[in-house]
Write a new protein. Structure first.
Length: 104
């Protein structure tokens, strides 16, 4: 058993805040929560429909950061898709038989 390394399954968990959240997750949650609290202070109403609309940003941001299985994989996939469609792409043709070294 020489030169074999066993990496624990939760080794990435120690890099997350409270074991579940990234700083971006907490930022998204804080923005939604602050926005909803500000609306609750500004809009004085007793109607339940209006109250639900007011707390909707907090509910949406909470849903976005819930620690579901494979969340960060899906988050990275969405980030890659957005970057693919939003950024300028430049492709270099190399051909299937080209070597990686330049000819001298």
């Amino acid at each position: 058993m020489e030169d074999y390394y066993l990496i624990p399954a939760n080794s990435k968990k120690s890099q997350l805040i409270l074991g579940f959240f990234t700083p971006v997750d907490l930022f998204i949650f804080a923005i939604g929560l602050i926005y909803s609290i500000a609306l609750l202070i500004i809009v004085q109403t007793t109607k339940i429909q209006i109250m639900l609309l007011i707390i909707l940003p907090a509910l949406i941001s909470t849903f976005l950061v819930l620690p579901v299985p494979y969340y960060h994989n899906i988050n990275q996939l969405i980030t890659n898709i957005v970057q693919f469609f939003m950024k300028t792409r430049r492709y270099y043709w190399r051909g299937w038989c080209a070597s990686s070294e330049e000819e001298k």
